[in-house]
Design a protein around this ligand. Structure first.
Ligand SMILES: [Zn+2]
Length: 267
């Protein structure tokens, strides 16, 4: 039997290293309310306002880039193509930063699945804004008759690359719905959960087999885990605690079954 992995612990409340926390298992209430309030996970509205503000800056940069490209605006203090590239870079930075704030807000205050259009829009807003932030520029650049070929090629390639990077960064790879979050909170209540720096799931046990290679663990309640973008419960932990009804990690589930098959074969 391998030696048990020793972890270091970071509290989600304070973001500071602590000693091994006492496992906290409280009885859950149907409302999902907990007796002791953990540190608030953040203000979703503030994150959304920040996102929208950054996105407005992004679109303004794009408009300026279009005006410069088409010659409607003439800034002589710098080479026009250089200026356009700078504007596209600022545009991209704002698109990406805005999308991170937006995703954070979605994990604190998720949209309900009951409204499929809003749910889709809320979870894909980062990608949609990215499309608006670069595709019009690309169309204007491609259809401009006056620009020289080289300028056109460089500007279009720059905008296309920005579109791809911004789109990839804008995707929420682990979206969560209001129902999913409520379900997880009502099942797990204030129970302590753990997650790793790069892991995609949260665990109910710090000695979970999936954590054998992880050194630092952050611990908090499930609401904090979801706000930290760990939207699903580890399939090993779910099986161990016989937890159903909480979104689990399918990929881990499959690995779990493969491992189980290997164990069965060996027996
Ligand atoms: Zn686990």
């Amino acid at each position: 039997m391998a030696e048990k992995k020793q972890h270091t612990y970071v509290s989600a409340d304070t973001n500071k290293p602590t000693s091994k926390p006492k496992a906290k298992k409280t009885t859950t209430t149907p409302s999902g309310k907990t007796a002791k309030e953990a540190a608030p996970v953040g203000n979703a509205t503030a994150f959304r306002v920040a996102a929208v503000g950054l996105w407005i800056v992004a679109i303004v940069c794009e408009i300026l880039a279009v005006l410069l490209f088409t010659g409607k605006l003439n800034w002589t203090f710098m080479n026009t193509l250089t200026l356009i590239i700078i504007l596209l870079v600022v545009d991209l930075a704002c698109v990406i930063a805005g999308a991170q704030f937006w995703k954070k807000a979605n994990h604190i205050d998720p949209a309900s699945e009951k409204n499929p259009l809003k749910f889709w829009l809320w979870n894909n807003m980062g990608v949609i804004v990215c499309a608006f932030a670069f595709i019009p520029f690309i169309i204007f650049a491609l259809t401009d008759k006056n620009a020289d070929k080289q300028t056109k090629t460089i500007a279009v390639i720059a905008a296309a690359v920005a579109l791809l990077i911004g789109g990839a960064a804008g995707i929420d790879y682990h979206p969560v719905s209001q129902e999913q979050k409520q379900e997880a909170m009502s099942v797990l209540g204030d129970e302590q959960v753990y997650w790793t720096t790069f892991g995609k799931v949260y665990h109910t046990h710090d000695d979970c087999q999936a954590l054998n290679n992880s050194d630092a663990l952050t611990y908090g309640n499930v609401e904090q885990a979801i706000a930290a973008h760990r939207t699903r419960l580890c399939a090993f932990c779910a099986k161990r605690d016989d937890i159903t009804g909480v979104a689990t990690d399918k990929a881990v589930d499959e690995i779990g079954e493969i491992v189980q098959d290997a164990v069965d074969d060996a027996a």
